[in-house]
Design a protein around this ligand. Structure first.
Ligand SMILES: *Cc1c(COP(=O)(O)O)cnc(C)c1O
Length: 415
């Protein structure tokens, strides 16, 4: 679908209708066999090692820097099915949004868009608010001539992902108090942005922020990228009245790494899609989301919603308990547990030791784990002493390996 001179809404919809009408082709004819035999690159079963890149045991969680999450086999299978056919991507996007709306029981007037990640959802969502369905404006971004040009954000909510807001050309207006917010609102205000993980640090909390936005009739976005579990967050903020909400698909939901969700008001979600790939001459053209990711995101939600979340939580805690039991046998080592209130709301364990008994800094332990075989990635205690880890991205059996390596390192450096 080309956003060229001939592009307009009617031709866009007309093409969709034609495509929909011819969808009855015997698609099965083209279905290739799954589980193809691999020769050449990939034949070892670990293409990373074939490239000389060491795969790691992940004690840090759903970090994009480490590849996010690992797909469930059933999700892989459905994504492979998706890869065997051609479809109209805009038609697919709308249908996927409809299915997601049903699965999440979103409020009346809401739908969803699968994007290339939460970051892409932030960008496209704001772009849609700025441009509506005006083709000239869509092509013109990030030139804001004739458009609103400011987004209001609490100072403590600034974070690296607001770069995605700034790519549209807007200026961020930082405020701290309610009074400052009221003074900052002007005809230039396009949107009010909320960073969900920063809820505790701002003076205006998540529920009040959206009420204030409604009072001034300003569209309001909540970036909740890493904020499942709990699963209810997927609909809570829509129910609260946020116009747009973003989630990462490849974090705890274990969807495709290059997928995310923009949940929101139907009109705004439609405008976001017009600002996104596959439409050309758009800001979002660089955030392409493929058919496999769109289908994969729907399937990931299907699986995630059916999951026994309490059982999962117990399993994650059980892995930490196993590691704790083994490493605390080394004199001087102790552990404690915590769950972040929001974002990565899963069991974490802090590991500390008496440096008089074990002469190692957290940085050294981290380095030694990284160099152990298999390599283990575990960071410092995030502002707390010692090391911190979580277990929700560990694969079966890896808890034992982590425990054994930590015990070895601590014993080797015990006085
Ligand atoms: C991870 C994250 C994002 C980006 O999500 P992607 O799906 O990787 O694009 C945005 N905001 C916050 C707060 C995040 O944690």
């Amino acid at each position: 679908m080309r956003l060229g001179t001939e592009w307009n809404r009617r031709s866009f919809l007309g093409t969709l209708g034609m495509i929909a009408g011819s969808m009855m082709a015997p698609a099965k004819l083209f279905a290739a066999k799954a589980g193809a035999k691999v020769s050449g690159f990939g034949q070892s079963g670990n293409p990373y090692e074939e490239l000389g890149v060491t795969t790691v045991i992940n004690c840090e969680g759903t970090m994009t820097m480490l590849g996010g999450s690992i797909l469930r086999p059933e999700l892989e299978a459905v994504m492979a099915q998706a890869g065997r056919h051609f479809v109209s991507i805009p038609e697919l996007e709308v249908a996927a949004g409809k299915r997601i709306r049903e699965m999440l029981k979103l409020p009346e007037g809401y739908t969803a868009l699968v994007t290339a990640g939460a970051a892409a959802a932030i960008q496209s969502g704001l772009a849609g608010i700025l441009t509506g369905d005006n083709e000239t404006f869509i092509k013109q971004l990030p030139d804001l001539t004739g458009l609103k040009s400011e987004v209001i954000i609490q100072k403590s909510h600034r974070n690296p992902f607001d770069h995605q807001l700034r790519t549209t050309g807007i200026k961020l207006i930082e405020i701290e108090t309610r009074d400052e917010l009221r003074q900052a609102i002007s005809p230039r205000t396009a949107m009010m942005h909320f960073s969900n993980f920063a809820n505790a640090s701002g003076q205006i909390k998540v529920d009040e922020w959206v009420k204030l936005a409604k009072e001034y009739q300003i569209p309001c976005m909540n970036d909740a990228a890493a904020d499942t579990p709990p699963v209810s967050h997927l609909w809570d903020y829509a129910n609260m009245g946020y116009d747009l909400i973003t989630f990462s698909g490849g974090k705890a939901m274990r969807g495709p790494q290059c997928a995310g969700l923009l949940i929101g008001r139907k009109d705004l979600v439609a405008y976001a899609l017009l600002n996104n790939s596959p439409h050309e001459d758009t800001l979002g053209r660089s955030s392409k989301v493929g058919k496999e990711e769109v289908i994969g995101m729907v399937k990931a939600l299907d699986l995630y919603l059916k999951e026994d979340h309490e059982a999962l939580n117990n399993e994650w805690q059980g892995r930490l308990d196993l590691i704790s039991r083994q490493i605390t046998r080394v004199p001087g080592v102790s552990t404690s547990f915590f769950v972040p209130d929001i974002a990565n709301h899963v069991p974490h364990m802090q590991i500390t030791w008496d440096e008089a008994k074990i002469s190692l800094t957290p940085k050294q332990v981290s380095q030694m784990l990284r160099e152990s075989k298999p390599a283990i990635v575990m960071g410092g205690g995030e502002g707390k002493p010692g090391m911190a880890m979580n277990s929700f991205m560990l694969q079966p059996g890896e808890d034992r390996i982590v425990a054994a390596q930590l015990v070895r390192i601590f014993r080797e450096h015990s006085a």
